[in-house]
Write a protein that binds this ligand. Structure first.
Ligand code: ADP
Ligand code: ZN
Length: 290
């Protein structure tokens, strides 16, 4: 079985053909330009490949509600050329097959739950810390939607006492994304994240913010696994720092072995590695067939 997968990101689109085992058979990365340019390349890639379904994990905000008039649209994104763009409608013009559509991070959590770090678990959270911060949630076997879909990267966080940085979020300034995304690190410290590897304060502050968010997600959703990916998490030393800080924040209140003893297995990188996003889109495509 061949399933198409699109990981639609703000800087690049990753296109793939995969199968029901989560194997990626072919992949291509293209830059995100204006919709007409990028979508022409997308359509060219999938044409004649006999895919049976297509999954799209998309940057947001999007409308994932199938009963809504604007289902399949990217809605109010600050990337203005893509605002109010009917991405599923455009794909449907060329491919008359079932399609799955969700946020990139809801896709990623589904992919990890199907083939990766959250396999056989009912509830998990996938957080990406990259150009932006976003998180997708699976609760009791279903991805969470509602009024829109969760936007957990924009929660409010307590400010670090040594941090006077104003914050990078265009909407809220010092929300989680505003304080802890890759561009926030770069603007606060004057260098890109990978050039700051040796500077302890950078990562202490980063772990301080991410751990607050993770502790809140634990308290709100009670996930069985927390997966943290994205470019910033290439700093692997962040994992032990975050885990320690989460334990401190929860202060023994969640009296579970997973947190108190086995947190190394509870807060983890994506098992699907660099394919987490694409496998997520693949999982969305597969789900649309069911
Ligand atoms: P995107 O969010 O656009 O999909 P990424 O998840 O790769 O892409 O995130 C890009 C961000 O991650 C950039 O801000 C970049 O500076 C940061 N980043 C990438 N690699 C590293 C690294 N090794 N250490 C710290 N930050 C990094
Ligand atoms: Zn924000």
């Amino acid at each position: 079985m061949k399933i198409g997968a699109i990981e639609a990101g703000g800087t690049k689109f990753v296109l793939g053909i995969g199968n029901e085992n989560g194997e990626i058979l072919e992949r291509l990365s293209i830059p995100t330009e204006e919709p007409s340019v990028t979508m022409a390349k997308v359509i060219e890639f999938f044409k004649g490949k006999n895919i049976e379904a297509l999954g799209v994990g998309c940057f947001g905000p999007i409308d994932p509600n199938e009963n809504s008039e604007t289902y399949g649209y990217i809605t109010t994104t600050p990337k203005l050329k893509w605002a109010n763009y009917n991405i599923i409608g455009e794909l449907k013009k060329y491919f008359d097959i079932p399609m799955g559509f969700d946020t990139d991070v809801n896709g990623a959590v589904l992919g990890e739950a199907t083939w990766g770090a959250a396999k056989n678990l009912n509830s998990s959270v996938y957080i990406t810390v990259g150009t932006g911060i976003g998180a997708g949630a699976m609760v009791e076997g279903k991805m969470v939607h509602g009024l829109l879909h969760p936007e957990m990267g924009h929660i409010m966080v307590k400010r670090h006492e040594k941090d006077s940085y104003i914050g990078k979020c265009p909407y809220h300034k010092d929300c989680l994304e505003g304080m802890a995304s890759g561009p926030a690190i770069e603007e606060r410290w004057g260098k890109k994240g990978h050039e700051l590897e040796e500077i302890k304060e950078v990562w202490e502050m980063e772990a301080f913010y991410l751990a607050q968010a993770i502790a809140n997600f634990v308290l709100i959703l009670s996930p069985e696994k927390i997966i943290v990916g994205g470019g910033v998490m290439n700093q692997k030393h962040l994992f032990p720092m975050i885990r320690e800080e989460v334990i401190k924040n929860l202060a023994g209140y969640i009296n579970k072995k997973e947190i108190l003893e086995d947190i190394d297995l509870y807060i983890v990188p994506p098992l699907l590695g660099d394919n987490a996003g694409l496998c997520g889109a693949l999982a969305l495509g597969l789900k649309s067939l069911k």
